[in-house]
Ligand binder design. Structure first.
Ligand SMILES: Cc1cc2nc3c(=O)[nH]c(=O)nc-3n(C[C@H](O)[C@H](O)[C@H](O)COP(=O)(O)O)c2cc1C
Length: 338
């Protein structure tokens, strides 16, 4: 037993989280089923995946399908991206009406099609557009709910002065944003290369008591502790680190309490995967097995024989026989390391 690690609670607007960690938005993954599983493991704050403002604005039915609000899924940040300040402001209002607790603006998405349409990460090279969006959203909903902004360090990989970042971040806090989420890579770098934690330290130093949530290369609970220690940011975002390992939230709390992190036993993995599958079926009906395909592939990483289990999930793209896979690979006979 080592000493407990003491970090101040993470405060995002009115929400105070005991552990300074959140579930990052993850397109294709942070649906209601995965958010519920992460909350079960200790996640105190979750985000939807990024949604298009125009889709949110299109129809009540579509926005309900995209956000999937639920009474047991709070506090929840709804994340939107778009290319027009006015449509972003309208979408922000819809998010609140749907029950989102926080509106998160995405200026970080690096997908080519998104950039071509001047959305997401494109705003890192259009700081005036980003600032206009922040102001329009703040004017529309700032009085009713907290706003946060997700930023990258820069657009270009070799941007030296990072002026767009500073301009947008300053404007966000000036407009009343309660926190910024900083993915410490450029948009050009997408998800490769090391995240620049030194930059996160600079951001925290610059903004003093403002709330900064750091993102990038938080792939284990130890990384989360290191990031908090080395940069001084207020919170960390689990992204790829949580995919297939929602236990990372519990492991992080174990480290904070001065204990060793415990890997999930095979029996626990079985229970959580079964539960996740049940949530998918509840949410998607007959498409539940198909939706479980992508999660199953990720869950395989915690199995003693990840390759074997990964292939079992990969080989059934149209719909996973979850029960069959659990019986074959997660039964008592698999309790011994293979
Ligand atoms: C599959 C995937 C989907 C993502 N989707 C989103 C998203 O919808 N919105 C967002 O702001 N960031 C998104 N991100 C970025 C993550 O939230 C996070 O900032 C990034 O992965 C860096 O953290 P990591 O290196 O610890 O994974 C996504 C990342 C991945 C890998």
């Amino acid at each position: 037993m080592s000493d407990t690690l003491s970090f101040p609670p993470l405060r995002i607007g009115p929400f105070e989280l005991a552990a300074p960690a959140v579930l990052a938005p993850l397109a294709g993954y942070t649906d209601l089923s995965f958010r519920r599983i992460c909350r079960l493991m200790g996640a105190g704050y979750c985000s939807t995946e990024v949604t298009l403002d125009t889709s949110i604005n299109l129809s009540p039915k579509l926005r309900l399908k995209l956000i999937q609000p639920a009474a047991d899924d709070h506090p929840l940040a709804g994340q939107i991206m778009g290319c027009k300040a006015e449509t972003m402001a309208i979408a922000a209002g819809h998010l609140l009406a749907l029950g989102c607790d926080v509106v998160d603006l995405n200026f970080a998405c690096p997908v080519r099609k998104v950039l071509r349409r001047k959305r997401g990460g494109h705003l890192m090279r259009d700081p005036d557009g980003a600032v206009a969006t922040i102001r329009a959203v703040a004017a529309a909903v700032g009085g009713q709910a907290p706003i946060t902004v997700k930023l990258r360090k820069s657009f270009d990989q070799d941007d030296a002065d990072l002026s767009a970042f500073w301009q947008i971040a300053e404007a966000a806090f000036d407009a009343g944003a309660v926190a910024i989420n900083v993915h410490a890579r450029s948009v050009e770098a997408r998800y490769s290369g090391p995240a620049d934690w030194e930059f996160l330290a600079r951001v925290k130093q610059h903004f003093g008591h403002k709330v900064i949530i750091g993102s990038g290369d938080v792939l284990s609970p130890h990384h989360a502790v290191d990031l908090l220690r080395l940069t001084g940011v207020d919170g960390v975002a689990f992204a790829r680190g949580a995919l297939g390992n929602p236990w990372i939230f519990r492991q992080f709390e174990q480290l904070l309490a001065g204990r060793q992190e415990a890997a999930p036993t095979l029996a626990e993995q079985r229970d959580v995967i079964a539960r996740h599958y049940a949530l998918c079926v509840e949410q998607y009906g007959s498409r539940g097995a198909r939706m479980m395909h992508r999660f199953g592939i990720k869950y395989a990483r915690c199995h003693p024989n990840p390759k074997l289990v990964r292939h079992a999930f990969i080989d059934s793209p149209a719909g996973v026989d979850v029960e069959g896979i659990l019986n074959r690979y997660y039964g008592p006979s698999e309790a011994m390391p293979v």
